[in-house]
Design a binder for this molecule. Structure first.
Ligand code: SF4
Length: 334
């Protein structure tokens, strides 16, 4: 059997909570239903993938078609359409500077002991790079990493300061190198998620009318639920009024010393995962149960309310890394 894969997602789970890592990457369980915020992120990602794959002049059309082909909530789709339309207006003109070398490019490469340089007998580094581009102005090659966030993404915000410490970038640099490119930097391509919720009709008992003739409903009340099309118009107005709030890009470079440190972190984490597996123990980390305003999808299991064996809540994935298509299957433990 080949070596096991360490991907950024796997490393993120292990860093957060060893129990979470065990459930997802040793046992292979995933929630039956993705959390709403993850579903929306996936929808946006599909749109961005199609946008970067498309030929000049067809980007927006392909992005909208790719998102429409996904099963999604109609209001989410409208919001995603507004975001990709704004993205096309904001970044489409910059595409004259880039040659796209690859989209969703998978890689596998040795994980080396940073002290001895010897390859790990247990792990390989692997993953998928959102986009690889060559900047035609200087010939340098960059990794493009898509993100979407409901946080403040304006330049100088906490979001950007945190991203500059993001260990994922170093793994992508290694991935890019394994594909034969010297990576000059990572372009973080961040989309701000519009926070508007669809408006509901005012309940009958709360409705108030003016004393005019004929009486009219108060301006802040509604006769009917907002339609998806009305919602799209409202979100589009907000995005057009403040595009800087929704579309940001920033460059992250990595010094050799930073790369070394990041890969040492990866190596150490790999060791810890292996030790936990050998010991048959995976400690819980209650500090990680609620992160980024979202509760861990296995919270009910850890608190004894639900079982991983409940097929209405969880499915056992055949692949440990369902996001990757290549390479041998890494089987889940029985
Ligand atoms: S609920 Fe908490 S303890 Fe359980 S796997 Fe998730 S993060 Fe870990």
């Amino acid at each position: 059997m080949g070596k096991a894969l360490l991907t950024n997602s796997r490393l993120g789970s292990a860093r957060a909570c060893q129990r979470l890592h065990r459930i997802k990457y040793a046992l292979g369980y995933r929630p039956k239903q993705e959390a709403e915020t993850l579903r929306f992120g996936t929808l946006i990602h599909k749109g961005e993938e199609a946008w970067w794959r498309a030929a000049e002049g067809e980007r927006l059309r392909d992005a909208l078609a790719a998102m429409a082909a996904e099963e999604s909530d109609p209001f989410d789709l409208m919001r995603a359409q507004v975001m990709l339309t704004g993205y096309d207006i904001r970044w489409g003109p910059a595409m004259e500077h880039y040659e796209v070398l690859g989209v969703e490019t998978e890689f596998r490469t040795e994980l080396r002991n940073p002290e001895t340089g010897r390859p790990s007998q247990t792990w390989e580094l692997g993953g998928k790079i959102d986009v690889l581009v060559r900047d035609l102005r200087d010939g340098l090659v960059y990794v493009v990493e898509h993100k979407s966030s409901a946080e403040d993404i304006s330049q100088g915000s906490e979001y950007w300061r945190r991203l500059r410490m993001d260990g994922q970038v170093s793994v992508y640099f290694e991935g890019g190198r394994s594909l034969g490119y010297e990576i000059a930097g990572c372009i973080y391509d961040v989309l701000g998620k519009p926070g508007q919720k669809p408006l509901k009709a005012t309940p009958l008992e709360d409705r108030k009318y003016t004393k005019t003739s004929p009486p009219r409903l108060y301006a802040n009340q509604r006769e009917a639920d907002e339609t998806p099309e009305e919602y799209r118009e409202r979100v589009a107005e907000a995005v057009q009024a403040d595009p800087e709030r929704y579309f940001q890009r920033g460059m992250v470079a990595r010094l050799e010393t930073e790369m070394g440190e990041a890969l040492f972190d990866v190596w150490q984490l790999g060791q810890q995962i292996r030790e936990a597996e050998l010991a048959g123990r995976a400690p819980r980390n209650p500090d990680a149960c609620v992160r980024w305003g979202r509760t861990c999808e296995f919270f009910d299991v850890c608190t004894g309310v639900a079982s991983l064996d409940d097929p209405s809540l969880f499915r056992k994935s055949e692949r440990i890394h369902p996001e990757l298509s290549e390479g041998p299957k890494e089987a889940a433990q029985q």
